[in-house]
Design a protein around this ligand. Sequence first.
Ligand SMILES: C[S@@+](CC[C@H](N)C(=O)[O-])C[C@H]1O[C@@H](n2cnc3c(N)ncnc32)[C@H](O)[C@@H]1O
Length: 233
Amino acid sequence: MNRYDHKGVSHYEFLERLHRWLNPRTYLEIGTLKGGTLRLASCPTICIDPEFQLDVSSAANREVTLFYQKTSDRFFQDHSPSALLNGPVDLGFLDGLHEAETLLRDFANLEKHCRSNSVIAIHDCIPMDVGQTTRINNGGLWTGDVWKVVPILKEYRPDISIFVFDAHPTGLVCCTNLDHGNTILDGMYGEIWRTWRSTELSDYGFSRLIEEANIISTSRVETPEEMRRYFWL
Ligand SMILES: C[S@@+](CC[C@H](N)C(=O)[O-])C[C@H]1O[C@@H](n2cnc3c(N)ncnc32)[C@H](O)[C@@H]1O
């Protein structure tokens, strides 16, 4: 196999279901751009992006919306999201820099502010083909090499429950059963990145990535009850 077409609803539609049916008390997103995913949130929210280009209402119907115009690394150095929100982050969405090592840090940093049942959704981890996974964005649909994060999490953090949905166009990976005190990703970061830095998807195998992902159709999550088979807050 050298191409996989995600047949599910869009990642926006699936994120909207997560907001509607899990009703998170707090939301944090890395990578906001124009606000396409921000507009789905109605609870107290933190947005992080070094270059906002909002074309949606910045406040909408939310009591609290905090904008941090800086990189995610700088944000986590400077701030504690759970302190800012007066509680853990219930729902997180990672859609920032399309580099695997940055996404891994984003995940590890955010997990420290989650509770066990929180959900961290990650965009772009299941590319449609190898051509989308270059480190440099050559235009068109581009995922970068963030696909590596799924096999890395499965290897180093088998305690996390990872569900991969066929959300159009490049999948949505949803992680729960988190552990805010777990330091494995921080402690092993150097070793992980030495092992994975030069691994291309063509070496790892596109078919292997798709097979190991155990991709679930979004049509299996069309009611609140069906969602509760996977997630609850
Ligand atoms: C794909 S866009 C986000 C789209 C948005 N979530 C949506 O679906 O409408 C990626 C965003 O990540 C931001 N970004 C790039 N590097 C980043 C970093 N180091 N930390 C946080 N955000 C970053 C970019 O400025 C860009 O706005």
